[in-house]
Design a protein around this ligand. Structure first.
Ligand code: ATP
Length: 355
């Protein structure tokens, strides 16, 4: 049974903005679900309705077997972490972290023990006596996380909790959030617009756009089988190559004629004939002197374990992920081959995947 269940939840703000347009979502008891989507798609509004900071206009929210759609925030037993630290400035770090325990009526000794434990985990034990303003932004955010994670509520809600930190700190804290969440086994809904963060943290990614859920699945499913062009572009960095053209049956069998290409690509299988968008992840294109696609390297980026090349080809601009030791100067003529078993197809009218 699901632990948190949203059924046909909608939110229309008083000014008429339809922020959330009917979403259904079930979350398991210790699952970490990431709501991923561009700015304004309704992620924060969804989180705030789960927290009780906004009331749903329609639909219902159940948490741990109870209908909490209209329950006060305090009655829901939820730990919330925001992007901004929101620490109490007049309390020490230790007092900030202990605050939820004090509210829950825990005694002094137990509070001290729990604070010490979580502070150790999050690497802020040495700051316990300081005031929050004496800490760097990253350390303040650790305190925020510690304050939420010092107890195990029914649910954690995290709204871009690492949003303001530099890349290195984000990585560190991301790992800590995940380790701590796994250890406590508390169901978590985590909001981000950063697809890489979503990929690395989530048990399940829920991609939102314009107040709706476009797709929900494991990071792998969403990456490998995007159900819409939007998800294909949004998930993965760099995103999927998308090539418009038409599928047809030629003299030699099935072929795909990309718009603007001189020669069609021969295919072993395809989902039918007609206008189609071909989707191909950068790692499924390769440099091959005998390959069917001619092109010229525009630029390359060294990623350490790989190189990513931008190639202006006869079927359009392509992004190719290659081995780090494969070097091409800008301007080099190249030929590309593709892995025919990894093609994805989309209907250009509906923008949806075609099986
Ligand atoms: P971001 O990542 O930028 O926070 P988001 O996906 O979290 O975006 P929301 O903050 O949920 O999106 O906003 C969804 C829509 O609702 C946006 O169009 C936003 O402008 C609008 N909105 C949010 N809060 C209110 C409000 N209090 N009154 C009216 N409209 C609002």
């Amino acid at each position: 049974m699901s632990f948190l269940e949203l059924e046909r939840v909608e939110k229309t703000y008083p000014d008429g903005t339809q922020a959330v347009r009917g979403i259904d979502l079930s979350i398991g008891a210790s699952e970490l679900v990431v709501l991923l989507g561009p700015s304004g798609c309704g992620k924060t509004t969804t989180l705030r309705m789960i927290a009780g900071l906004e009331l749903a206009t329609r639909g219902s929210i159940r948490l741990d077997g109870q209908d909490v759609t209209r329950a006060r925030p305090a009655a829901r037993d939820i730990g919330f972490v925001f992007q901004f630290y929101a620490l109490y400035p007049h309390l020490s770090v230790a007092e900030n972290i202990a605050f939820p325990l004090r509210c829950a009526g825990l005694g002094r000794r137990e509070r001290a023990e729990r604070v010490a434990r979580v502070a150790g985990r999050l690497g802020i034990a040495e700051f316990l006596a300081r005031a929050p303003r004496e800490l760097s932004g990253g350390d303040q955010q650790r305190v925020s996380l510690a304050r939420a994670m010092v107890r195990a509520p029914k649910l954690y809600l995290m709204d871009e909790p690492l949003g303001t930190l530099d890349a290195q700190k984000r990585l560190e804290l991301r790992e800590l959030v995940r380790a701590q969440q796994l250890e406590l086994g508390v169901a978590t809904v985590y909001v981000t617009h950063d697809q890489e963060e979503a990929q690395s943290l989530a048990d399940r990614i829920v991609v939102m756009r314009a107040g709706k859920i476009l797709q929900a699945g494991s990071p792998r499913e969403v990456y490998q089988n995007p159900q819409t062009l939007f998800v294909a572009r949004f998930v993965g960095s760099p995103g999927m190559n998308l090539i418009a053209g038409s599928l047809r049956r030629g003299a030699a069998g099935l072929e795909f004629q990309p718009e603007g290409a001189r020669a069609p690509l021969a295919l072993e299988r395809a989902p039918g004939v007609g206008s189609m968008v071909l989707g191909l992840r950068p790692e499924f294109l390769r440099f091959d002197p005998g390959g069917p696609i001619a092109g010229r390297v525009v630029s390359g980026e060294f990623l350490g374990d790989a190189r990513v090349y931008h190639v202006e080809s006869e079927i359009g601009r392509l992004v190719v992920r290659a081995r780090a030791d494969l070097r091409f100067a800008p301007g080099s003529p190249v030929r590309l081959a593709l892995d025919g078993s990894r093609l994805r197809w989309f209907d250009p009218r509906t923008e949806e995947a075609v099986a």
